[in-house]
Design a protein around this ligand. Structure first.
Ligand code: NAP
Length: 493
């Protein structure tokens, strides 16, 4: 019998109003991991009510004191790291070294956000008038709706929750329905760390109902969303109706340029890891390889040898390089794009099929297409599976043009031995992140994370930007002249 998990509202685990449950499945074995309650709109109302009382308490706690809770949470995450990583591999499928990395990212952002508790700086600036003082202070926004995807089941929630908490907000959290158990573990950690009741509330269930109720709720002040472009667009439209602040982290179609002066072995390792790590299910996954024509044949030959050697299987086993896709829907989507690629005239070099590595789960061969043209759908649309498309170019100009031929702009990379090429790429690639001689994946929590164009709406997560994402800036004027002073320098001396 697997355990059934309740909602978490007002500091207590509570039964949902719908009485329904859904099954949380291991995508490698298709075994049940947990049963999860389905929240209804009524539960979202209860969560918002609880968050309102949580906010009244938490927003008055000085930020360095809030930080103490977060530092404790980071320590608990550290102590439970291995247990959480194993559970994550069981719930989400990615291999154990990657799930350990996912928990580590959560530890890092929690410590980072806690440190920011003593650094929530405003600005001071001279007034245009005598005997007047000007400054800015950061204030919490209020109640933040946090909606997350399944590919980083602890790291992405932590990237949102910890900065939102240090900034003094209360939270209504809806995790992806494919990874609710790890979200429940985040709640357990925060309870143990001493977060007061109501400050965080968890409602599990479908995006189309529970997520929608959060997005449309008139008393939620902001939405922080990571997920697909289509859902993000809908959320942005809906949020305009209640004038909510909305920060969006959406998809990617991340390019790697490999120039003819690159260290090819280094580039091979980077492309392999970037394209097939997490079974290609990272928003920063390498999905377009832009190869200089002079190194094309050699690079492809060596790449295919490495791709064919990748071992698929249960992510808990040390010999496994690649786990399953998250779900049947994701498997079918990947298959569909392989068919589209073939129909469009791209050449399939390896992979392209479901595979049975002795487990019934959603396994798909690492797949490489060449002769991909920039306008093809497999070069334009996010597949979110282990599929790499190769495009050939004759110089850096063309490489950058191809890289920028995308509605997305999250991550990007260039492998080159030429410093001039590197700086041109930094200047001209339209992306929130550019790596030089490193893969498209590997963000660090103290740098801003996010993208341009269809990847987002201008916000950045992590780094000091994360505090801004969850704060309002207030301008403060203190007049100690004892008389009415008019600004805009219209009054005499
Ligand atoms: P998704 O379908 O958009 O779902 C993301 C979250 O939104 C889930 O919790 C989902 O709930 C919920 N949701 C769905 N419809 C909703 C609605 N109408 N209102 C409110 N919430 C709703 O995306 P996904 O397939 O899970 O995630 C993959 C996508 O995330 C990819 O496009 C990937 O690039 C992107 N991603 C971006 C970043 C980044 O930082 N830029 C990081 C990771 C992933 P259910 O699970 O219940 O459907």
């Amino acid at each position: 019998m697997v355990q059934e998990y309740k909602l978490f509202i007002g500091g207590e685990f509570k039964d949902s109003s719908t009485g329904e449950v859904f099954e949380d499945i291991n995508p490698a074995t298709l075994e049940s991991v947990a049963m999860i309650q389905v929240a209804g709109a009524e539960d979202v109302d209860r969560a918002v009510e609880a968050a309102e009382s949580g906010f009244r308490i938490w927003s008055r706690v000085p930020a360095p004191r809030r930080a103490e809770v977060l530092f404790r949470a980071a320590r608990i995450l550290q102590e439970r790291k291995e247990e959480l990583a194993v559970l994550m591999t069981e719930e989400m499928g990615k291999i154990l070294p990657e799930t350990r990395g996912d928990v580590q990212e959560a530890i890092d952002i929690t410590n980072y956000a806690a440190g920011e508790g003593r650094r929530m700086f405003g600005e001071t600036t001279p007034s245009e008038l005598k005997d007047k003082f000007c400054m800015t202070v950061l204030r919490p926004i209020g109640i933040v709706g946090v909606i997350t995807p399944w590919n980083f089941p602890i790291a992405i929630p932590a990237w949102k929750i910890m900065p939102a908490l240090i900034a003094g907000n209360a939270i209504v959290f809806k995790p992806a329905s494919d990874t609710p158990l790890l979200a429940l573990k985040v709640i357990e950690v925060l309870i143990e760390a001493g977060l007061p009741p109501g400050v965080i509330n968890l409602v599990t269930g479908p995006g189309g109902t529970v997520g929608k109720a959060i997005v449309q709720h008139p008393r939620i002040n902001a939405i922080s969303f990571t997920g697909s472009l289509d859902t993000g667009k809908w959320i942005m439209e809906e949020c305009s109706k209640t004038m909510k602040r909305v920060s969006l982290e959406l998809g990617g179609k991340n390019p790697v340029i490999v120039m003819d002066d690159a260290d090819l072995e280094l580039a091979l390792e980077g492309v392999l890891w970037g394209a097939f790590g997490t079974t290609g299910q990272r928003c920063t996954a390498t999905s377009r390889l832009i190869l200089h024509e002079k190194v094309k044949d050699e690079f492809i030959k060596r790449l295919l040898a490495k791709v064919k050697a990748l071992r698929l299987g249960n992510g808990l086993l040390p010999e496994t390089d690649i786990g399953p896709l998250i779900s049947k829907a994701q498997l079918e989507k990947t298959e569909k794009y392989v068919s589209i690629g073939k129909e469009e005239g791209a050449t399939l070099l390896t992979g392209g099929n479901r595979i049975d590595p002795g487990l019934p789960g959603y396994f798909f061969e690492p797949t490489v297409f060449t002769d991909v043209r920039p306008e093809m759908r497999i070069a334009q649309e996010e597949i979110f599976g282990p599929v790499l498309g190769i495009l050939t170019v004759s110089d850096l100009e063309e490489a950058i043009e191809v890289a920028n031929n995308s509605k997305y702009g999250l991550s990007s990379a260039i492998y080159t031995g030429n410093i001039g090429n590197a700086f041109k790429a930094i200047e001209r690639i339209e992306a929130g992140i550019t790596y030089i001689n490193a893969p498209t994946i590997g963000a660090e929590v103290h740098l801003p994370f996010g993208g341009v164009k269809g990847t987002g709406n201008g916000f950045r997560e992590a780094g000091t930007d994360a505090i801004r994402e969850f704060s309002e800036v207030k301008a403060v004027y203190i007049d100690y002249s004892g008389r009415l002073q008019k600004a805009q320098i219209d009054s005499p001396e």
